[in-house]
Design a protein around this ligand. Structure first.
Ligand SMILES: [Zn+2]
Length: 284
């Protein structure tokens, strides 16, 4: 079967060869533009399964949606978010950065103990993640998985969210080899770029619907620390709007039918651990 990336690679290669042997560029440019457009759509669009299958919403949702949090845990913002969720009896999904998890193992255990789901995100969350080769991608995700498994004493999560939501053929192969399930989103708050909580909450509110997957950030990239309190504020403003729509947040889980809502391992108290994996700081 022709893999999707070949629909891009083959025309681009053809254009390069044609240009090299002196074929008029005006004849090949449309082909190059089409290939580039396909590649960009497959890489950037969170709903695109062009390079690898993604779940960007939950199909059988009832009255639930999924609040999800990336880049944590953070010693200040994550507990605040957990308190907001606990006050409503809601559950959510936390896609943790391995380095941040290693620095806050007690918070990772608290997330799980309170019934939320954990997901992989990246160990270092380098901004060039989408340009890495297979070896580096694999090592990064394996370190992320080992860190979370070591801290919680449970098997590593099978849910994974790509950093910045970006995919490509090498990322796809890395994920396929590890049997991970890619989760993106139906709506994001753009809270990494905005410090105005009402604006972030308003953006997410427009995406409130059964089965929606909404994204906020409870932490920051290890090499780019920032104040994440506006994300917690946005959550506090968003929750009443979710309630007003008759919905609640549930944790994501992976079942035989694919992505759904369900019980998590958090009902069992994880054993105490002294995680050593990934304690080193990333090279920034
Ligand atoms: Zn991230």
């Amino acid at each position: 079967m022709l893999r999707p990336h070949l629909w891009v690679d083959v025309p681009v290669t053809a254009v390069v060869i044609a240009t090299a042997i002196g074929v008029n560029l005006t004849a090949t440019a449309p082909l190059a533009a089409l290939a580039l457009g396909l590649h960009t759509w497959g890489t950037v669009n969170p709903r695109s399964s062009w390079y690898l299958p993604v779940s960007w919403r939950v199909a059988q949702a009832g009255n639930s949606l999924a609040l999800s949090f990336d880049d944590g845990p953070d010693p200040v913002t994550t507990p605040r978010i957990l308190d907001v969720l606990a006050a409503r009896g809601w559950r959510a999904t936390f896609f943790c950065i391995g380095h941040n998890a290693a620095a806050q193992p007690a918070l990772v255990r608290r997330i799980l103990a309170e019934g939320h789901s954990l997901g992989l995100h990246s160990h270092s969350h380098g901004r060039s993640f989408n340009c890495w080769g297979l070896k580096r991608l694999g090592a990064d995700l394996d370190a992320n998985a080992a860190t979370l498994a070591d801290i919680t004493g449970t098997p590593a999560p099978r849910l994974w969210r790509p950093p910045m939501g970006l995919k490509n053929p090498l990322v796809a192969e890395t994920i396929r080899r590890r049997g991970l399930h890619t989760v993106t989103w139906s709506r994001r708050g753009f809270d990494t770029g905005s410090r105005r909580a009402p604006q972030v909450a308003q953006r997410l509110a427009a995406g409130i619907a059964p089965g929606a997957i909404l994204v906020l950030h409870d932490g920051a990239e290890p090499c780019h620390p920032r104040d994440t309190s506006p994300s917690a504020e946005a959550l506090e403003q968003l929750c009443p709007q979710i309630e007003a729509a008759g919905l609640r947040s549930e944790a994501l889980s992976l079942g035989p039918a694919g992505l759904g809502f369900g019980p998590t391992a958090g009902d069992a108290t994880p054993p105490p651990h002294s995680a050593q994996t990934g304690q080193e700081r990333p090279t920034c």
